[in-house]
Ligand binder design. Sequence first.
Ligand SMILES: NC(=O)C1=CN([C@@H]2O[C@H](COP(=O)(O)OP(=O)(O)OC[C@H]3O[C@@H](n4cnc5c(N)ncnc54)[C@H](OP(=O)(O)O)[C@@H]3O)[C@@H](O)[C@H]2O)C=CC1
Ligand SMILES: CC(=O)C(=O)O
Ligand SMILES: [Mg+2]
Length: 551
Amino acid sequence: MDDAATVGGGVEDTYGEDRATEEQLVTPWTVSVASGYNLLRDPRYNKGLAFTEKERETHYLRGLLPPTVISQELQQEGNERLFYKLLIDNVEELLPIVYTPTVGEACQKYGSIFSRPQGLYISLKEKGKILEVLKNWPERSIQVIVVTDGERILGLGDLGCQGMGIPVGKLSLYTALGGVRPSACLPITLDVGTNNEELLNDEFYIGLRQRRAIGQEYADFLHEFMAAVKQNYGEKVLIQFEDFANHNAFDLLARYGTTHLVFNDDIQGTASVVLAGLVAALKLVGGTLAEHTYLFLGAGEAGTGIAELIALEMSRQTKTPIDECRKKIWLVDSKGLIVSARKESLQHFKKPWAHEHEHVGNLLDAVNAIKPTVLIGTSGKGQTFTQEVVEAISSFNEMPIILALSNPTSQAECTAEQAYTWSKGRAVFATGSPFDPVEYNGKIYVPGQANNAYIFPGFGLGVVMSGAIRVHDDMLLAASEALAQQVTQENFDKGLIYPPFSNIRKISAHIAANVAAKAYELGLASRRPRPKDLVKYAESCMYSPIYRNYR
Ligand SMILES: NC(=O)C1=CN([C@@H]2O[C@H](COP(=O)(O)OP(=O)(O)OC[C@H]3O[C@@H](n4cnc5c(N)ncnc54)[C@H](OP(=O)(O)O)[C@@H]3O)[C@@H](O)[C@H]2O)C=CC1
Ligand SMILES: CC(=O)C(=O)O
Ligand SMILES: [Mg+2]
């Protein structure tokens, strides 16, 4: 039986209050019905001018609102359902505000804009008491946690405690794009200090003013957190690691992948979305995955994560050992091309990519030496796909595939305009942050957005709705396949390798269904019986922001 299991009469004892002995501490939660002024101040239940006459009468709202009653569609105020309705109905327009690039700026300024808690802050001060801190969060039935320690926020570096904007933003997409209800989502920032001097000296900084904990201290803190989450929410809560630095991210995933339901969005979600884009791109440029040659700028979480999933899919398709497939993929890091002579000094996640080749010191030389058909930027450094680089890859490819994945916009390896102009309109191009369409030689080019936001909401829904207990690589491939299948001829005709975000709820339902199907096939799904039509089931599970009627 798990920790949130039933007691005596089958009543759920989520926080163990009924089972607690007299010596054990319990949290005195109360539940009350909101009415009057308090109801209007509660973002979860407030409907503002959309309260009906009857609701105004029964909930003591007379006089607190002007007399007019208007529909949700016309409302201009702020509450949770209205927020999600607006976001879902205008997703393409609002994504850049809720998500990259604006979320990056919000993190940079989080100290000055902090007003109310949107998630849990768990700092080193809480060591030994993390379970108690989790119990302070008012929601008990949590299905998805996005957690960061703020060390690699987008391509903006260490933003410490102010990284909270990322879990908050990601989880709002879980709801808007994937239909996971907001009350089941919990954003968490683990504050283990920051090495960002500017923040340490900023009077408005909201985090601990100390340098980052490392080594055993860090590992113990994370271990307490992971154990507390499992104890409090059970085995089936999905823990999404987000924007950790790579020296911790790979280890955390390996360490907890066998004991918890964990997913690293930067390594795994990004890999799944990029593989989908590449599979779709092949319809435009021709060839199979194995017939292409890949060069990455950036060999961290995103770069090596994508490389590994491409190699895995290639290996499945060609029935060739994965080691052989890896040889089609090359990566450049801050020291140049990753080659076998560097193997000893490489971080472990780079070692599989250290192929036989002479030293190459920079990207341009690597492009000319490797002659890739696909160039992928995951360096977090802006303007690194220079004119020479784009011209070089365009000189030996009719249609080079160029993905500038680094976020936010300021860190993109090149802009859409640069990619189309320098490739003379021949590049199949997508970016991590959104770029407007570009007119080149009288033709309009629409860059797609290669961002893990296509994958994680649907992936998470699939995991949650099937009651999966572990994440398996095949579930990432399933998500990727479902996304690639959603690209229509109309999208291809515009040069797009991703479907528009305006259809994202439908796309997410397909991704969720494919992921759930794989979880059942692998014996990892605990929800029985398996729903027959998983797409319909996914749609039926999705949160809708339409106002509910109050008694
Ligand atoms: N579009 C999307 O969905 C996603 C985009 N990203 C973006 O990708 C970027 C990287 O993220 P992530 O992989 O997690 O970061 P990491 O820190 O793990 O990796 C960065 C890599 O880039 C290399 N690098 C840095 N500067 C240069 C340079 N000037 N020349 C060559 N290589 C360089 C680093 O080299 P070294 O190892 O030598 O230090 C490292 O290998 C971020 O901007 C992030 O926003 C991430 C996830 C998803
Ligand atoms: C998109 C994302 O996860 C990142 O840039 O880190
Ligand atoms: Mg990220």
